[in-house]
Ligand binder design. Structure first.
Ligand code: GRF
Length: 208
């Protein structure tokens, strides 16, 4: 029997990238994968509704319910491991990870960032701030990046990128929308490619 890639998705907001991954699991690209659990650090976000509609288990874990970030992530780890998660995908998850989860899921956490890293990344570079920074810089192109997560914001090894042109007269909103469209193509593709790499297969001991 073909082994299944169990994905855990961490979200904080609308979850359009979560939706793109969910949709891709119903196509040949990611038919070997399923989303085993969605974890949100915020209640009431639309990503939770998307999980619900897709019949995917969803959990809200709020940091304020825990005495420290470390115990918070210990709970996140527990939920991921209970569901047999092989690969963690951050999809608009706004909290910084702690070393305990980065170590436990070493080389098994991906993030998507709406710019061509290493440009326009780091602390405070999220949402409209990223696209405003691109416009200010005068760059002729931007894009999106899927990278491995380490202990620094937007810093880990780059797995795959896609380029998007910056048009004259672009607003941050227009640019964000154009980049987001590409994110929805890139993330499922990068997940499929990374999951099938010999490096990842050696880590999880499954051959997809
Ligand atoms: C995306 O732009 C992603 O690159 C960034 O956060 C945004 C999340 O959007 N990390 P969504 O919640 O997936 O719609």
């Amino acid at each position: 029997m073909q082994p299944l890639l169990n994905i855990g998705v961490l979200v904080s907001g609308g979850g359009s990238n979560l939706q793109a991954i969910l949709d891709a699991t119903r196509t040949p690209l990611l038919s070997f994968a399923r989303i085993a659990v969605v974890i949100s650090n915020k209640p009431g976000v639309f990503a939770l509704e998307r999980a619900d509609r897709a019949g995917v288990a969803a959990v809200v874990l709020e940091p304020r319910a825990f005495p420290s970030r470390e115990t918070y992530y210990a709970a996140v780890i527990r939920h991921l491991e209970e569901r047999g998660v092989d690969l963690v995908c951050l999809a608009g998850f706004l909290l910084k990870l702690e070393p305990n989860i980065v170590t436990r899921f070493k080389d098994r956490i991906l993030n998507i960032h709406p710019a061509l890293l290493p440009k326009h990344g780091g602390k405070g570079m999220y949402g409209h701030f990223v696209h405003e920074s691109v416009l200010r810089s005068g760059d002729a192109e931007t894009g999106c990046t899927v990278h491995l997560v380490d202990n620094e914001f937007d810093h880990g090894e780059i797995i795959q990128q896609r380029r998007v042109p910056v048009d004259s007269g672009d607003t941050a909103e227009a640019l964000a929308a154009r980049v987001l469209k590409e994110e929805h193509r890139l993330y499922p593709e990068a997940i499929a490619r990374y999951a099938r790499s010999s490096r990842f297969r050696a880590i999880v001991g499954k051959d997809f």
